[in-house]
Design a protein. Structure first.
Length: 236
């Protein structure tokens, strides 16, 4: 028996090797597949290899190829309840999903038939992908709060809204096209928000298409010069 390891959960676990029958007893432990936080891979494959000198038939209508977990049958592995392997051939069957969390000792039960001494190796191999390992709440929070702002400027997105909010607090912020009344009160203007300090520094009076992420129109008025009554900022 070769047993896997927590540092490399893709190592094989041999269930049977060179046996004349597959009684569903013994088997091998898949405990070593366990990862952090008691997580077990959801999917696994079982690889059957005919090491004998004649064609091998695994399973029949009465005794199909069955996976047992902790001695309890959890599923028939092959459609048609049987599989035929030529000399030296291998065939793969998917174990039932989540079999790893049903129990940790796996074995196979099946009728076997061959014109020579039966010699079959059955290896269980977990299928592990990073998206199957559930992230912790802390990991999700870290990813969200540490995400860089660049690349999140899709129209009407939350990322763009946050970026504009930062810009309106006068980060990479340019005010131009200003007009004033006789008392020096601002009556009109334009605000532009830029993605980088360099783009904001290069912006010109009245320019457009200079890399601005968003632009806003300012309009202000009062009953008498210098006396503000109405002030509006609208996105262009």
């Amino acid at each position: 028996m070769s047993v896997g390891s927590k540092t490399n959960p893709l190592l094989d676990i041999t269930l049977h090797n060179g046996v004349a029958t597959l009684p569903g007893t013994g088997g091998a432990s898949v405990a070593s597949w366990e990862l952090a936080n008691d997580y077990m891979p959801r999917f696994a494959v079982l690889i059957f290899t005919n090491d004998g000198a004649a064609e091998l038939t695994l399973g029949d209508n009465t005794d199909p190829v069955t996976l047992l977990v902790d001695g309890v049958p959890v599923g028939v592995l092959f459609e048609g309840r049987a599989a035929v392997l030529g000399v030296g051939d291998s065939i793969v069957a998917f174990a039932p999903a989540d079999a790893g969390v049903m129990g940790q000792t796996w074995s196979i039960s099946a009728a076997v038939a061959s014109g020579a001494a039966v010699d079959v190796t059955i290896v269980a191999r977990p299928i592990v992908t990073t998206d199957e390992i559930p992230p912790t709440a802390a990991a999700i929070a870290d990813q969200v709060w540490d995400e860089v702002l660049s690349g999140h400027l899709t129209a009407n997105s939350t990322g763009l809204a946050l970026f504009i909010s930062k810009g309106l607090s006068q980060c990479n912020y340019v005010l131009d096209q200003t007009t004033f009344d006789s008392a020096g009160m601002l009556t009109a203007g334009r605000i532009r928000i830029f993605a980088t300090a360099g783009a904001a520094s290069s912006a010109t009076q009245g320019g457009s298409g200079e890399g601005e992420v968003a632009a806003f129109t300012i309009a202000a008025s009062g009953a008498t010069p210098g006396q503000l009554q109405l002030y509006k900022v609208t996105q262009q």
